[in-house]
Design a protein around this ligand. Structure first.
Ligand SMILES: NC(=O)c1ccc[n+]([C@@H]2O[C@H](COP(=O)([O-])OP(=O)(O)OC[C@H]3O[C@@H](n4cnc5c(N)ncnc54)[C@H](OP(=O)(O)O)[C@@H]3O)[C@@H](O)[C@H]2O)c1
Length: 268
């Protein structure tokens, strides 16, 4: 097959993943296709990435055996009712549809193999963090293909399906928490006299650098924190203020709240 991967849905997440796959050389633009009902989405995505974008899912499913399901949860029913849409045992379906369980997807496409993924939108910047879970028929080779796609724009961890809600909390929703931290740090910089734009850039780069230190050194974050707190110095003063504000408890509770919400939504 000359087409290596096809996206059903060409919205925000599909676009981010297509961008990562092409930019990182996993597949060429001729090896990636997508579909979307609206002409405006089709034109936008084909102009941006130079890929072929079709009007129906049936065309994408005919062209390739590796499908990324990237529609909204409430669009799934209409999608699977589409005339001429035929999934068979050649198809690997990687679903990024939030909250929709493997069992539900397997009922829609009983002959195909499913891998369920929870990505986050940082794959747009090549720094995604995703969790993925194996469906009952997925093979080791299927898992490898999914891992390759996710790794082309970030990191990916295989988890049990029941843990995907926690991945939503720590990697999906948490991007909003991190933006709030950057914004608040920038406010601090402005309060102390820095121009807003410079404060935002410095706060964002400090977060990026700290994250890279954790991932690259493999050190525990607490050890890295200790290594920059000199006795009686500036950093430990700030750390004391954060501890007084119960910042750790707030983050733990935020991740837990998002996880619980994801579980509730999955039950509906
Ligand atoms: N955004 C995130 O940060 C994030 C994170 C994790 C998981 N997710 C999951 O990723 C999925 C996609 O999210 P998104 O933010 O990319 O949504 P989105 O921007 O609304 O994209 C949905 C896409 O699906 C297309 N579509 C709708 N019905 C279709 C059909 N019957 N056949 C083919 N395409 C169809 C839409 O086409 P038109 O453009 O023509 O309407 C649109 O391009 C969702 O299930 C979401 O839960 C999103």
């Amino acid at each position: 097959m000359s087409v290596k991967i096809g996206f059903i849905g060409a919205g925000n997440m599909a676009s981010a993943m297509i961008g990562g796959i092409i930019a990182n050389g996993l597949y060429t633009k001729d090896e990636v296709v997508a579909c979307a009902p609206s002409a405006s989405t089709r034109n936008k995505v084909s102009a941006k990435y130079g890929i072929k974008v079709y009007g129906t899912a049936a065309e994408v499913v005919r062209l390739t055996d590796f499908i990324v399901l990237s529609v909204k949860p409430n669009q799934l029913q209409d999608l699977f009712a589409e005339d001429g849409l035929k999934f068979d045992d050649s198809h690997l379906v990687m679903s990024i549809v939030a909250g929709v369980k493997i069992a539900t997807l397997e009922a829609y496409v009983p002959d195909s193999r499913i891998v369920r993924v929870m990505p986050n939108h940082c794959c747009l910047a090549g720094e995604g963090a995703a969790g993925y879970s194996r469906g009952s028929k997925a093979t080791d080779r299927d898992m490898e293909r999914v891992r390759d796609v996710l790794s082309s724009s970030g990191i990916a961890e295989e988890v049990k399906e029941s843990d995907l809600d926690a991945v939503t909390g720590i990697a999906g929703s948490s991007t909003a928490f991190m933006y709030m931290v950057i914004d608040a740090m920038a406010d601090g910089g402005v309060l102390c006299g820095l121009p807003r734009e410079k404060a935002i850039r410095l706060a964002a780069q400090s977060m990026l650098g700290s994250a890279k230190m954790v991932l690259k050194t493999g050190e525990h974050p607490d050890k890295l924190k200790d290594s920059v707190c000199s006795p009686g110095g500036t950093t430990i003063e700030g750390v004391r203020v954060l501890e007084d504000s119960c910042i750790r408890a707030a983050f733990i509770a935020a991740v837990e709240a998002s996880t619980v919400k994801s579980r509730e939504m999955g039950r509906k």
